[in-house]
Write a protein that binds this ligand. Structure first.
Ligand SMILES: *[C@@H]1O[C@H](CO)[C@@H](O)[C@H](O)[C@H]1NC(C)=O
Ligand SMILES: *[C@@H]1O[C@H](CO)[C@@H](O)[C@H](O)[C@H]1NC(C)=O
Ligand SMILES: *[C@@H]1O[C@H](CO)[C@@H](O)[C@H](O)[C@H]1NC(C)=O
Ligand SMILES: [Fe+2]
Ligand SMILES: [Fe+2]
Length: 407
């Protein structure tokens, strides 16, 4: 998973109200989850929302009938897929001996050429603009909050790793997935460290804050929703890393392009796995699967990095997302494309014999991507990407407070 983007900022709350409750996007915190003095631990916009009821203004708005826990019979459905999972999903993990490691892409500290290789690296990155580093750091930070995502997956009823070393196939998948993901943050972190282009102290602080803050997938501990969420996020990160690869290449850093491309390929493989899991659930249980999918989309997929904070900027995630949007690394159009891709993969249009509630969800899902695109086009035509046409510069701590254009 990891990068995990939400719908970028483009749509105003009003124009996007068809997507469901705007409240759903707020950064609420389950009370009592954090321990300690929460008013000291979180940026103000998150602190403020701790006063909101924990779970679920948003659940009500999106699907009043949804249970906050996976119904027992749904856990049974998942259990019945154990063999299928073993034969089709576990096999998508790369054997460790064949897997790449960050070391393969970095200057070798045990070699005589180390200093020379570092020097070359630092020369290569000179061609990359500051705004590129803002996006790459945001991607890195989101990857680095992996402990949160592992916890998230392991909170999902039906697929969680009960003993942290369970031999159940989904538990083994999740551990293998986490181990593969762990290399993403590791590699980007080391590359950025050596580049000398970013203020590592602020980058590290942001990671620290983000892991403390957690993330909210809105999947309500329900494996169906969790798998929808993760399918979406793996595709979003696949796209985003592919775009940072493309930009690195354009600016002449082919090594960094190779790094981002390699990470992007991992995300793709993970996306395939989660999309397959969900396809299987659609096959055996279309009614509940489609309600889960629609419910997640009504709440809008939010990015696990949404609570990012560097100790200074209360709206860091918004600012980072604006730059990612402007550079075309992750955009509203990408969001719509992902929706369409998943609707297509899960053959939503072709499902038949659905309950009436599931049929409504089907209509909603089939219309969703075109709707988002239309809103996006309208917003662009009006030149109203948030603050009008006046360019807004913002000094990012991550890059020594140098200014980057937001919009
Ligand atoms: C929590 O931190 C805030 C801000 O530093 C402080 O005003 C408040 O007294 C603290 N509350 C507790 C219960 O420690
Ligand atoms: C909390 O939110 C309210 C309403 O959105 C706002 O007026 C207030 O300034 C916020 N408080 C803090 C501490 O951010
Ligand atoms: C979906 O729900 C409808 C209406 O309750 C039911 O007739 C149908 O059998 C369900 N489909 C499956 C595959 O369970
Ligand atoms: Fe991922
Ligand atoms: Fe990742």
């Amino acid at each position: 998973m990891a990068l995990m983007f939400g719908l970028p900022l483009i749509l105003s709350p009003q124009s996007a109200s068809f997507l469901g409750s705007v409240e759903a996007r707020g950064g609420w915190y389950p009370n009592g989850l954090m321990g300690g003095n929460s008013s000291q631990q979180f940026p103000r916009h998150i602190r403020n929302s701790t006063t909101r009821k924990p779970c679920c203004v948003s659940q009500k708005a999106a699907n009043p009938k949804a249970s906050p826990w996976l119904p027992y019979e749904k856990a049974e459905v998942i259990k019945s897929l154990e063999d299928w999972f073993e034969n089709n999903i576990i096999t998508l993990l790369k054997p460790v001996e064949q897997a790449w490691q960050p070391h393969d892409f970095l200057p070798n500290p045990a070699s005589d050429g180390f200093y020379e290789q570092v020097k070359e690296l630092r020369e290569r990155v000179q061609e990359l603009p500051d705004e590129y580093f803002v996006v790459l750091v945001g991607d890195l930070i989101t990857e680095e909050a992996l402990p949160t995502y592992a916890t998230m997956v392991n909170s999902a009823e039906g697929i969680r790793d009960i003993t942290t070393s369970s031999s159940e196939p989904w538990a083994r998948w999740t551990r293998g997935w986490t181990a593969e993901e762990n290399r993403h943050g590791d590699l980007l972190n080391k590359y950025l460290f050596l580049s000398g282009r970013v203020d590592m102290k602020y980058v590290e602080k942001t990671i620290h804050y983000l892991i403390r803050s957690g993330a909210d997938s809105m999947s309500k501990n329900d494996a169906y929703r969790g798998i929808v969420y993760t399918s979406f996020q793996e595709r979003a990160t696949h796209i985003s890393h592919a775009n940072t690869a493309r930009l690195a290449k354009q600016h002449g850093d082919t090594k960094l392009a190779q790094i981002c491309g390699t990470i992007s390929a991992d995300e793709k493989r993970h996306e395939v796995a989660y999309v397959m899991m969900m396809s299987k659930l659609f096959e055996v249980d279309p009614n509940y699967s489609i309600l889960s999918f629609a419910d997640m989309m009504r709440m809008r997929i939010s990015m696990p990095g949404q609570f990012m904070y560097d100790g200074h900027d209360e709206n860091l995630f918004t600012h980072f997302s604006a730059v990612a949007q402007r550079l075309g690394v992750y955009t509203t159009k990408d969001y719509a494309d992902i929706v369409e891709h998943l609707v297509d993969k899960w053959k939503i249009e072709k499902l038949t014999g659905l309950s009436s509630e599931a049929s409504e969800a089907q209509d909603f899902l089939c219309q969703l991507a075109p709707k988002i695109r239309k809103l996006d086009e309208r917003a662009q035509a009006r030149g109203r990407y948030r603050h009008g046409d006046v360019p807004v510069l913002f000094p990012f701590k991550w890059i020594f407070s140098r200014e980057v254009k937001l919009w």
